[in-house]
Design a binder for this molecule. Structure first.
Ligand code: ZN
Length: 147
């Protein structure tokens, strides 16, 4: 288990945090859109938020039996990421809330894997280096036979 108190310094400004909050609502967030257009450029066919799958994955590639989540680094506590710092104010509240998100993510991943799905988590910060992300996606997706 990750110790959430290791993120002692709050480097998020209030503006930045409300920006982050606005991004986790709805399905059409900027990061998710970027990933979709990247996958499109790479020639992968996908569907969005298919019902009936645990955790309602952001993007689903049925042919590759792969579920993709696009996660904000703060809300889903990207381990070791500088965007995942714990706010200094109300530490108990945040620790509980963010830890809940992480535990939910883990449970979702397990449930999907149990159903035979592969799970790819893309972190928001990865979108700053699209070439690298593209290589990772290609490597992971090609590593599995089509159905
Ligand atoms: Zn990150």
């Amino acid at each position: 288990m990750i110790c959430f108190y290791q993120y002692a310094v709050d480097r998020l400004t209030p503006q930045r945090r409300s920006w982050n909050m606005s991004r986790i609502r709805g399905s059409d967030t900027g990061p998710e859109k970027s990933v979709r257009s990247l996958l499109q450029r790479m020639g992968f066919r996908f569907t969005l938020r298919r019902r009936g799958l645990p955790g309602r994955p952001d993007i689903v590639l049925p042919k590759w039996r792969t579920a993709v989540f696009v996660h904000g680094c703060f809300w889903h506590q990207h381990a070791g990421c500088r965007n995942a710092v714990m706010p200094k104010t109300r530490p108990d509240f945040w620790a509980k809330k963010l830890q809940g998100n992480v535990m939910r993510d883990e449970a979702t991943t397990r449930a999907l894997k149990d159903l035979g799905w592969r799970v790819i988590t893309i972190w928001e910060c990865e979108l700053k280096q699209v070439d690298q992300l593209q290589r990772r996606l290609k490597r992971v997706l090609r590593g599995r036979a089509k159905r």
